[in-house]
Design a protein around this ligand. Sequence first.
Ligand SMILES: [Zn+2]
Length: 385
Amino acid sequence: MLAITARALFTPLEKIEQPLVLVDGDKIVRISSRFSAEIPAGAKHIDFEDSFFAPGLIDLHVHGAMGYDLMQDDAAGAAAFEKFLVRHGVTSYYPTTVTASLGDTLRALERLGRSVEQAETRTQDSRACPLGIHLEGPFLSHLRRGVHPPDRLLTPTLDTFNRFWQASQGKIKIMTIAPELPGALEVITEAVKLGVCVSLGHSDATLEQTKAGIAAGGCHATHTFNAMRPLGHRDPGIVGEVLSNVSVTADIIADGVHLHPSIVRVFLRAKGVERTVLVTDATSATGMPDGRYMLGSLEVEVRDGKCLHDGKLAGSVLTLDQAVRNAMKFAGIDLQQALRLATLNAARAVKTSQGVLQEGSTADLAVLAPSGEIRATIARGAIAD
Ligand SMILES: [Zn+2]
């Protein structure tokens, strides 16, 4: 039994002052105020003093870090990547594919599906766990593809989607799709039936096309503003609908590069702290010095915090704990609100039970300084500094 104490705990919707959290194996068995409960005899007590506890962070959109790209079959690279995530407070993530050939995509989905399955039985190894796959591409708009290779983009069909679904062993939990593509609405309907969070993105959709995608079951938006038809005051398009529709949650890359800080503030005003999700879109260059790295089959160059391919932004070098601190600074929200965007809101978007601290939940906790710096992370009950 592990007993941990700190200055306060964010569930994240509620704040508990002077919390005492009891962890048994990989589960939280009790959360209370330290003044109303005793530390059980024989429990190992660690006092994190003036730190805050929050649920472990959850990244819905990440391609790699520490030189490892998730499209690569490299077990040692994957382990180093998952340890890197934990150092940044991330205990769960959704490995995100990049558009590639059909064969490469199927092979990546098979391998990532297996890793999700294996992670379900992993305990106390202080690494971040993959909870499900994010399929980003190939059902993307040519006009808004970003750096996804144009010759590999596909028109959505049920047949292709079902091949992806089978290869992943049903582990695709998020799919980014442009709703205006022919066949997209049928694929969205099918994916939603299978429990996939359909996220609209890499899209040139008009307002009406976006509404049709949402009516078919789309409920989230991928890196809002980036790789989207721009918001026009006489042509609101996908961004206009995403910002104003209360049934849709949406994510942003708050690195100060993909969006101007004032746009992060506008976004938070529109979507509120209830419907905003922070993601990284981090590439293999994250955590590494400036230089050349891979994103799927593309070479990207990193200079001064920008990750570029052919002069276009190609993912980020952002970590999720930095995104939390940036959201506080850019949008003027407090630590508790900012943490909600990277924990509970992310979990709700993909309908997982993680992302909240309560009795019976998995012992995934981030331990933060009042400034939002990560001091320690507890992953499946194991402490990683
Ligand atoms: Zn991406």
